[in-house]
Ligand binder design. Structure first.
Ligand code: ZN
Length: 294
């Protein structure tokens, strides 16, 4: 089981979140068959979405949506408050040469555009309130910087965000993934902020420590250095979609009898693929006849 932890330091003026998301990213990559650079981009978005969700008190669904003009075309991550995440990219295949520093050119596949955060709540009480939507322009497309910029600009929370995906040439392709987010709340000590920035600047890459078996708490230590912190909670994280055969049937049923009859007569069946997880549901002639009969 992979987990996400959240906690605080400095009497609650510093909030910390960290997660290992190797399995989450593997599942996303397996489902969407993404190129290496797009895998890194998608893994970072899913991890950042989970971490951002852990810092929010009240929401049912949190969506991070990147609309961009780079070859990936767009990236979406969607998390609930229990640690479940799903997501997709518009174009899974594009690839760019690695950068001079040996890193994937995530900023290159993303390009310019907008970074949206959509927070929906009220589902539990049967009351769907107007969603909260925040947006900022993409700053680098490297994802972690974009999350930090969003927090600073839209939520007035200065933050340090580290997100990483380490890939390998053989299956399951994702060797390690995870991230850490440090948020400075009002009243945070300036000296502490400088110390944290300095610690992060000199810290090893998070993916190499995750690859060596680090837990989320180790990622927080890596970012905070000698500063003490307290863990306040943890949750399991997983890539999971809420689509199902039943939902596919009800969606096709909602198209109306004329449409279903034509699927039955002309196509002798119907197939639907979920955009979020790439699962395909095939409906037989009998399934379609049942929809018409009901
Ligand atoms: Zn799905």
């Amino acid at each position: 089981m992979e987990k996400l932890v959240h906690g605080s330091a400095q009497d609650g003026t510093v909030r910390v979140m960290a997660a290992i998301t190797t399995e989450v990213t593997r599942e996303a990559v397996r489902r969407h068959q993404t190129s290496p650079t797009v895998s890194a981009a998608l893994g970072r978005v899913l991890t950042g979405t989970l971490l951002l969700g852990a810092s929010l008190k009240e929401f049912d669904r949190l969506t991070v949506k990147i609309e961009c003009d780079g070859p990936v075309g767009g990236i979406v991550g969607e998390a609930d408050k229990h640690g479940t995440v799903r997501g997709y990219v518009k174009n899974p295949a594009p690839e760019l040469p690695v950068k001079e520093n040996g890193k994937f050119d995530v900023g290159g596949v993303v390009g310019d555009g907008m970074f949206y955060v959509i927070r929906e709540s009220g589902f539990d009480v049967g009351l769907h309130r107007e969603p909260y939507v925040g947006s900022v322009p993409i700053v680098s497309g490297e994802i972690a910087e974009d999350f930090a910029y969003y927090l600073a600009r839209s939520e007035q929370i200065p933050s340090a965000v580290l997100l990483g995906v380490l890939l390998q040439n053989t299956e399951p392709y994702v060797a390690a993934a995870g991230g850490v987010m440090i948020q400075m709340m009002p009243g945070a000590n300036e000296h502490i902020i400088t110390m944290i920035e300095d610690t992060i600047r000199h810290a090893p890459h998070i993916t190499s420590v995750i690859n060596e078996g680090a837990a989320p708490e180790d990622l927080i230590k890596l970012a905070l250095g000698v500063i003490d912190f307290e863990i306040l909670g943890e949750r399991e994280v997983k890539f999971e979609c809420n689509c199902s055969f039943e939902r596919a049937v009800s969606l096709i049923g909602s198209l109306g009898n004329a449409e279903v009859e034509s699927m039955l007569k002309e196509d002798k069946g119907a197939s639907m693929t979920c955009g979020f997880c790439n699962e395909t549901y095939n409906l037989t002639e009998e399934n379609l006849q049942n929809i018409l009969d009901s």
